[in-house]
Design a protein around this ligand. Structure first.
Ligand code: 2P0
Length: 352
């Protein structure tokens, strides 16, 4: 029967790792940041979320919307997830109002099934890939004529960094200035093919969930850190400008220096938060020293480290320096039981 038809759409979304970091909200409800940020999207072969969204008139209304994350029921009653679902339903309802022949998908419960092929909530940008995939899967299900930029506006409300996972290559999230957040979205700075020899090495130092969530950590930083004011006023605007130029000119040394400096600046503001927040551990610091040794040995900068809200390291390097970078890391880290694993990742090319 037509009324029992199940409508279904699947999509994958990649992880992105920021080289100029987002840390701080000026509006927690709309998820508006205190600074712009810039990231590199990693290949979906390596790290990605796969999400399927379905809906049907036969799904009992009493069951409501549901999310199965990595096989376990997950709470979607939070304001951020609800904001995404509301935005998507509103857009679908507008299509249905304009064309009464369309099935009323917007009025039926949604079943969402999502799976990560990497550790969840361990500082590997799982919320970025997760919300990007959730928003795009439902937008596809609802057949919304939305551009990646429009979807990034919605995904941002789920998790800030998610707005950058709607694009491949090199992606900026412009903080915007509008109070309603209508200009706080992502755009593509350069395609992956612009700089095809860029690579990332992901070191899984710990797959455990982080102690302080990004959302609460950044709120504490905004409220208590003096260093943070310097970061958003001077450090980040300068880093954004230098980084965009470095990418345009494919200047790896500059790209690497800003990447490392910005990671250091972000973790310094975490340490300057009161009480302090520590995301890196002894293994993370060993990875930093390994990068320094690699660069000294090479006589130039061939590797750049960066750390998000967790101890795991991401090392950017160019394909031609694989031996110097990955070879050395392999040697340094081999036999270190505390390293859970490592992955070489390419940069995501095409929009998924
Ligand atoms: C980033 N991080 O730019 C920075 C660097 C972590 C450190 O974006 O509160 O999970 O959901 O908007 O996006 C992590 O923050 O935070 C993050 P919410 P999100 O990638």
């Amino acid at each position: 029967m037509a009324s029992e038809k199940v409508y279904r759409a699947s999509t994958t979304a990649p992880v992105n790792i920021a080289v100029v970091k987002y840390w701080g909200k000026r509006d927690a409800k709309l998820n508006l940041p205190t600074n712009s940020s810039l990231s590199v999207t990693l290949s979906q072969d390596d790290l990605r979320t796969l999400t399927t969204a379905s809906t049907s008139a036969s799904y009992p209304a009493s069951e409501g919307d549901s999310l199965l994350l990595n096989g376990a029921p997950s709470d979607i009653s939070g304001a951020r997830t609800q904001a995404c679902l509301r935005e998507l339903r509103t857009r679908r309802a507008a299509l249905e109002a304009a064309d009464p022949s369309l099935p009323k998908l917007s009025t039926w419960p949604l079943r969402i099934v999502s799976e990560n092929n990497f550790p969840t909530a361990a500082g590997l940008a799982s919320s970025a890939a997760g919300f990007a995939a959730l928003v795009r899967a439902i937008a596809n299900l609802y057949e919304l004529p939305a551009s990646p930029s429009e979807l990034s506006l919605i995904a941002r409300q789920g998790s800030g960094s998610a707005c950058r996972s709607l694009f491949g290559g090199y992606v900026a999230w412009r903080m915007g200035s509008e109070e309603d957040g209508s200009d706080s979205m992502a755009d593509q700075v350069a395609m992956a093919s612009h700089w095809p020899d860029m690579r990332a090495l992901v070191l899984v130092v710990s797959a455990a969930k982080k102690g302080v969530s990004s959302t609460s950590g950044m709120q504490q930083t905004v409220a208590t850190s003096g260093l943070f004011k310097e970061r958003i006023t001077n450090v980040v605007p300068q880093n954004m400008a230098i980084m965009e130029k470095a990418i345009a000119e494919k200047d790896f040394e500059k790209f690497a220096e800003v990447t490392m400096r910005d990671s250091n600046s972000f973790h310094a503001t975490c340490a300057d938060t009161y009480p302090p927040i520590f995301y890196m551990n002894d293994i993370s610091r060993a990875a930093i020293r390994a990068v320094e040794t690699i660069n000294e040995k090479a006589g130039r900068t061939v590797a750049a480290y960066t750390f998000d809200a967790g101890p795991n390291a991401v090392i950017y390097y160019l394909e031609k320096d694989t031996e110097a970078v990955v070879g050395t890391f392999y040697h340094v880290l081999q036999g270190n039981a505390e390293i859970g694993g490592w992955k070489k990742a390419e940069i995501q090319g095409l929009k998924a």
